[in-house]
Design a protein. Sequence first.
Length: 200
Amino acid sequence: MKILIIGGNGTIGKTVVAHFKENNQIIIAGRSNSDVNVDIVDSKSIKAMFEQIGKLDAIICIAGEAKWDDFNNLTEDDYYIGLRSKLMGQVNLVRIGQQYLNPKGSITLSTGILADDPVVKTTSAAMVNGGIHSFVQAVALEIENGIRVNVVSSGMVEDAYKKYKDYFPGHNPIPMNKVINGYVRSVNGKGNGEIIRIYN
């Protein structure tokens, strides 16, 4: 398969790329140092990326940011960081990307445990993740040409444990092989509209 992985140079992205490239043609997209550059905040940039790449069999997004801070510190503009990047960025990847997928292709988005089990300083991030979950369930009812849309929602991964452990007291780090299997299930399985939770 010809698979586009947006955010393929990140902590999770690198491991997902390493797995899929064994048997597939992989194109990595990111803001810099990638096969093709894209800023998912900008729908024109997304369109230009797909025009450059051409037809695909699968799209995986492991990108998008949101502001972490105490609720009383968050401004309206702080919320818009996550709304424009992680939420609308991924919505636009589906909205635009479907036109560049071969029939029965798949789109896999990414969120995280905060949608179901938020911690302090994550009001904005949790809101965005929950919105993506609802979007995926709804868009699966309408998207055409046999295209499937799922989202992988992981707990804190082992490779990021040292950096974020203070935010997640008592949480069990998720092994990367379990996270990879979430993306494999979405791309190679038949599920549509699924929230693939990897929390244990």
